[in-house]
Design a protein around this ligand. Sequence first.
Ligand code: GDP
Length: 377
Amino acid sequence: MPEPIGISNLPNQRYKIVSREGATFTLMVAGESGLGKSTFINTLFESDLIYPESNATRHKAPLQKTVGIDITRAELREKNFTIRLNVIDTPGFGDNVSNNNSWQPIIEFLDEQHNLYLRQEQQPTRASKKDLRAHACLYFIRPTGHTLKPLDVEVMKKLGTRVNLIPVIAKADTLSPNEMLEFKSRIRSIIEAQDIRIYSPPLELEDQAAAEHAKQLIESMPFAVIGSEDSIEVSPGNIVRGRQYPWGIVEVENDQHCDFRKLRSLLLRTNMLDLILSTEELHYESYRALKLQSDENGKAETSDLKRTANPKFLEEENALKLYFTGQVKAEEQRFRQWEQNIVTEKNRLNHDLEGLQSEIRKLEENIRVLSIKKGVK
Ligand code: GDP
């Protein structure tokens, strides 16, 4: 039996009560192509959202205008509380020869939704607003077991300033438990060193059990996930969602195999309201303040038309573009150098290790010779 979705508990998640008409929750997935983003969404839907008690309905509607961005909508009802759920699947990137700006449409989409909402807020009538601001973005990381790519760092930095960013390691079944632990810890240190802003569940909760749960969620980041659309019978009558291999079965909803249940809990049970409110209070407010300020500055200086016609502004703009491109390149260079240093250090340690091993072999040989001599005596 699946656990209840828990949306009827939403109003209790924080002191603020969301409207009786329910709430909208928008989840975005991003990352390279082929990492299992679409499969994950389907797994989430199949595992949880579509079952009789929830009265969930789902339909897929291509979004006009934005190229390659798909939105899936579902309406969930539980104890008279309704959640309108939007899941945004973005085009994968990273498979082009040149990946420069391949992630740009995703960033533009996020900004555009903030902008649309802001414009609606500025209207005199307060009709119900169209709102596709993403409350969380799952960023899929390739399970290389090594490190994050410079492209991942660049994109995650940009996402983190716009949306509640939740990094996930894709296809967790392709790494051993030890490899996964090491990979997670390496990613966590890169996130810290590169100052990438990721979502962190609030810990200051009155309820002890909830605080402990939040701590576990933080410790599990980045969440390792497995997606699958297959149901497998593991024992008579016991059907699970998972992936079957000649050596065994990996189960999506088994905490020993991956963090799918933890991530689902964060998104749909324990932290949905916090994700919604922090989007409003942090990300939307920052966008709003910046946008209004830049509009004011724009008005004070000159009209947009004059700006583009004036070669002085064009020159300044080009200089700025050049400066920022230089900054990104320098950052990339710094990151590569850092990666290179790790490789050099690893090689040095391997070399030392080989030296020590040969030393041990020599000592063993001496012991052997000595014990033979002792035996002869
Ligand atoms: P997307 O391009 O990121 O949307 O990736 P897809 O969802 O289309 O998946 C790409 C391929 O990866 C498909 O063949 C999936 O069956 C496979 N896949 C998805 N999730 C997993 C997973 O957790 N583990 C493994 N081993 N393969 C997966």
